[in-house]
Design a protein around this ligand. Sequence first.
Ligand SMILES: [Mn+2]
Length: 344
Amino acid sequence: MQEKIKQLVSEAQKIVVVQADNPDADSLGSALALEHILGDLGKDVYMYCGVDMPTYLRYLSGWDRVLGELPSNFDLSIIVDASTYTLFDQLEKSGQFSRLKSKPCVVLDHHGTVEKPIDFAAAMLVDSTVASTGELLFHLSNQNGWQISTEAAEHIMSSILGDTQGLMNSLTQASTYRTMADLTDLGANRAQLEELRREYSKMPEVIYTYKGTLIGRTEFAASGAIAHVTVPQEEINEYSPLYNPGPLVQFDMLQVKDVRLSIVFKHYDDGHVTGAIRANNGTPLAAKLAEHLGGGGHDYASGFKIGDGRPFNEVKSECLRYATELLTNFGQENTDETLQHTDS
Ligand SMILES: [Mn+2]
């Protein structure tokens, strides 16, 4: 597959790197790293994302070069950190999807299971054993003999730190540390990146107060194993431009004793509902829960989006019902496994 990608890249001059409608440090870090790597190969690189870069990602230098429209012409597109149709609503809405499909497309991703997988790509490199798309890009670049500059190394490092929550979640493997070491050799400085990230994730006072509101409104289900909170449209309007309400409280929700799953629902006036799901270590149920609702993701972080007109309360109850069922079944399986391990 990397040979095919190498060939597609060598044949192209204008390349657009595409992020899905849910940019994060991995997608943006991978896009920016590609901008440097392909730029060093003499390519003209454009970056596209259908939504504005959230403020907390703006510590990644070059974020402001990501545009909300595809360039008028290009030879190749590279989709990073997504391999599903469902995350490209903005391209569909603006009528640009057909343009993307009309040119060769490469997909670089590490999401194992997705709903409605992209089926028009000339090459798909999807590897769920790496912690982030950035790590995948690092290996691909080495295999293809593409130079990784210090800037590219920094962006790849940011993408790994983003998806592994600072090398702290279970996506982190021995190979992740090896990649981090290699990136350090290339000049990336983790301490400096961390300092930058912290500076840019600082919240305005009004958001600090809003965080208190969300915490106060958090509800618990399944005997305290699920923490959930709902963000309505007026709060999305008021606070989302300043800070994404999900990350504001979701980590704290998982820090409550007995909580194993946290869910932040967003309820929009046009009827659509989204859910951001996070799971505590030892409860790898996030992807399963999201898939049940038409979404997808990882064991410990996932999401879904429903826009078929189902009433909000129905979506929410079904989500909580299925989450409870998953937890109950998982609890039983886990007890069996524990017993087996004790035996051996
Ligand atoms: Mn990722």
